[in-house]
Structures are given as structure tokens and as C-alpha cells.
Design a protein. Sequence first.
Length: 318
Amino acid sequence: MAAKTGVLVIGASGQIGTELVLALREQYGNQNVVAADLKTASEEVKESGPFELLDVMDRDRLHQLVVQYNVGQVYLLAALLSATAEQKVMPAWNLNTYGLFYVLELAREGLIDKIYWPSSIAVFGPNTPKLNTPQSTIAEPSTVYGISKLAGERWCAYYHKRYGVDVRSLRYPGLIGYKGKPGGGTTDYAVDIFHKAVSGQAYECFLSKRTRLPMMYMPDAIRATMSLMEAPEEQIKIRSSYNVAAFSFTPEELAIEIRNHIPGFSVTYKPDFRQEIADGWPSSLDDSVAAADWGWKNEFTLETMTSDMLYHLSAMAT
Ligand code: NAD
Ligand code: AKB
């Protein structure tokens, strides 16, 4: 049987998809990587290869696209993130878990070969050790988003063990990038703050100044995702989801770092409901298992991420 060369990215118009589609197209060829989403994609994504409207909850349409494009790999990014999910509890649970089920079922039926599905630091909760959170530890999430991600992790491990499905996953920390806007998460402040800084405006932060969270720059997140997916199967020993880390900071530390480039930049703090979500998450992660299994190592630091973000956003503004 001919190899399945198609790659389908579901949720391609979001913060990660906007960048991941372009990286996958470089790797696998523009015409082989199909971007799909409920909403239209960036011009760069639409102009560089195929784009299809898709509601992942529509199983017939999902099946049709997989056959039409000879899809071997699916990257399932469609989800409702932590802050939005607290406002839309049942829709979030349904999308975040059934969307995954439908894709896992395609693999169980032999229609696709490999799945990438992101989990999150949100699987941890207030009882988890906060510093250097281990790969395996107490995970008692208190948000609908975290509960849905933890359930998803367990289903990934189950489908791998029971049916041999090649599903791979990372627990992303908060992701920071300049191409796509964040979509309703608790770590969104760390992107919004850059947009305000570059446009010469003050920023009102919805988390307190001393809330320390793990974060990662998007180029590292894309590299981690693609390395995980390309690693030989025998190296992938964790089939729930791998901790991956880069750096941690508080809003105050990020503001100080931005001020090294834009001295007059001002930030005020007005915590809202997202503070409680952030308070339940780790401050830093131990990613030594990912390092040992498939060679993960971040490249960007807080300092290099900040100067790169400011460079690109300033260039885009002129
Ligand atoms: P996002 O909200 O920016 O993008 C999600 C995309 O999914 C959107 O374009 C949306 O239109 C699409 N979508 C929603 N419902 C859909 C449906 N029914 N069918 C098809 N598409 C649908 O999210 P993101 O930041 O790009 O995150 C992608 C994945 O990574 C999610 O699973 C998220 O939980 C996970 N993650 C993200 C971060 C982060 O910091 N961005 C951190 C941890 C985990
Ligand atoms: C969110 O804040 O919801 C996401 C995440 C860490 O999963 N960025």
C-alpha cells in the first residue's frame, strides 16, 4: 500500500497552528500539509498550501478529509483554552475530549498512522509540587480545561496500550509568539504585554505581579513538537504526555526585561478570575524525562525571547 503522505492540522488558525503549519510545510512539502479550522487562516497559511473549513466534531467531514488528502499524520490543536473553558464548561469538555476521541478512533480503525495532541501544564493542580514539577506526580486539576487535558492524556495512553495507536503529546507551558494571537488562556498576558509595549501603550495585567509560571518561546515549542513526532517509536516511552520546559518568570520580571529595551513601559496589575487558575499551576517543570528519551533541550531564554519578540513585532508595526 502506498505511504500516506498527507498531514492534517486541525485548529490551524490558532496561535500554534499559524506557525506549526508553516514549519510542517517546510518539512513535508506545501501541498502535503492541509490546514483545517472552523475559522479562516492567516494569509501566509492560506497562500502556501491547502486550507479546509472543518468542525472536528463533524466526524463525516473529518473522515472525508482524511481520505481525500491521503492523511497519515494528524496534529489536533482544536481546543478551548483555560480561561474560555471556565466560561463554557460543557462545550469545552465536549470539544477537548470528543475531538480527541474522533481522531484516536481514526487511528484505531487504521485510517491514519500517527497523532500529535498537545496537553498542558494545566493537568497539574493546587496539590502538585510547584517547583520543578516532576513528570509523574499528583495531578488533581481544578479547572475544566485541566480536567479535559488529564482525561485526554489517559485516553492517549490507553489507545496506545490497548490498540497500539502511535499518539504523542507534550505538556506545553504558556507559549509566546508574534505570529498568532493567543486564544483565551491564562498565560495570554505574556503575549498581550508585548503588543502593548511595542505600540507605546501601558499594560494592565490580569495576573498579580508575583505569579510565576513556566513559559516557552514558540520556535522552541514548534521544534519540540516536530522532534517528538520524528523520534523513533521505541524512544517514546511516555504515551500520556511529556513535560517540556524552557524558562519561568513573573509578570513583574517580564516587564523589567521589556523595560531593558523600552525604558518608559508601564504595567499595572488587576488580577481577575484567571489568577485562581494560575495559582493552581506549577511555577517550573522538570523536563529531564523528555531530555533523556528523545533529546529535548530548549534554546531560547527569557532574555533572547524578549529581544526576538520585540524585534519582530516592531518590524511588523512599521
Ligand atoms: P487557539 O485557541 O489559539 O487555537 C485553537 C484553534 O482551534 C482556533 O483557531 C479555533 O478556531 C480552532 N477550533 C476551535 N474549535 C474547533 C472545532 N470544533 N473544529 C476545528 N477547529 C476548531 O489555541 P492554541 O494556543 O493554538 O492551542 C492549540 C492547542 O495547544 C490546544 O489544545 C491547547 O490546549 C494546547 N496548548 C496551548 C498552549 C498555549 O500557550 N498556546 C499551552 C498549552 C497547551
Ligand atoms: C492556557 O493558559 O490556557 C494555555 C495553557 C498553559 O495551557 N496557555
